[in-house]
Design a protein around this ligand. Sequence first.
Ligand code: UTP
Length: 406
Amino acid sequence: MTAREKCAKYGQEHLLRYEAELTPEERAELERQILEADFDLIGEIKKKEATAPDFSGLSPLGALEVPEIRAREAEFRAAGIEAIRQGKVAALLLGGGQGTRLGFDGPKGTFDFGVTRPFYIFQAQIETMLRVCEEAGCFFPLFIMTSDKNDVATRAFLKEKNYFGFPEEKITFFRQAMAPSCDFDGKIYLEGKGQLSLSPNGNGGWFKSLVHHGLDQKIREMGVEWINVFAVDNVLQKICDPVFIGATVLSGTNCGAKVVRKNAPGEKVGALCLKDGLPTIVEYYEMGDDIASLRDENGELTYRFGVILNYLFRVSRMQEVVNGKLPLHIVKKKIPYLNEAGELVKPTTENGFKFEYLATDNVRDMLSCVPFEVEREHEFAPIKNPEGIDSVVSARELMRKNGFVL
Ligand code: UTP
């Protein structure tokens, strides 16, 4: 199928509106984007509108709580260190996001949140990993997922900083897939005359993207059995935490999820529950107030454990489900676009949809999961906003309380 035929099939002919003004190279690039982009996503908008969220079959999923973890720490730690030494564990940094809330013009990991010295988000994460490497006496592989929007800048920054001491040969970068953005009528936006409006397709596509780049085979050849997937922006989290790894491995489940005790029913974290007997994360905006506020006989929130985007996934199970369909999240966003006059407009209100897969949905595919409670004041300081909740300001304060000099 040619790009023109594909556009005709999906009612997206307007994407070729400026074709005559493009150089041969620009035209070839536009055609490549049209042929590669998944236009079937657009058809999902109508299906989604027709289905309301369903919360039947929901029940709480008990966690490994802090007192039990403390009591068994030595056992868990020894099992985790052993798994790392045997090369069974890899880390995977989700760095493909656009960090729009932070409003920083660059990959989020390159953001400097130091006060008296430069201290970059990537540096905080890598220094945390190096402490585990020191304890284990070896390095583990580190995969870094980028997107088309930030790949070059991410690689250049880390190279310039000499990977903050992590061995270059242990690091593998890969790009996640992109998805088109469209207006409320399902017409894909152009961002330039020869450029579709494309954005990273959410953090849930990480394993599919690994497979796309042939890296799943590399992982198997390396003997990696577990992947610790984590968000770039929680600067206080532990990565490849031996205690967490050991607890998950010994639990016999396919997945471990770090969770915090929610500080209020409406806290903006996804709640880890059971739905129809399977581990499921219900996003805060999907769970109604009535369910979020339910309390058990001890007066505690029934759905009290929120995920912090730090998971340990069993590779063999990921491999089994890679061709399955993850739920698609259709999100209203402000999307820059070319108007009728061919000028770029940056809207101030939502003007269309983006399409995303979420890592939270990977958990359900794992069939079994052990929620592992961590203390938020020691392990949860996400940098999402410049100030206020989950911000540069709140993260700095928490880092200081944990003895970091910023
Ligand atoms: P967020 O959901 O906070 O999104 O990402 P974001 O794009 O970083 O920030 P906002 O919402 O635009 O302000 C959580 C983690 O998932 C990664 C991010 O890099 C972050 O580590 N992510 C997100 C991806 O790797 N790819 C994506 O497509 C989206």
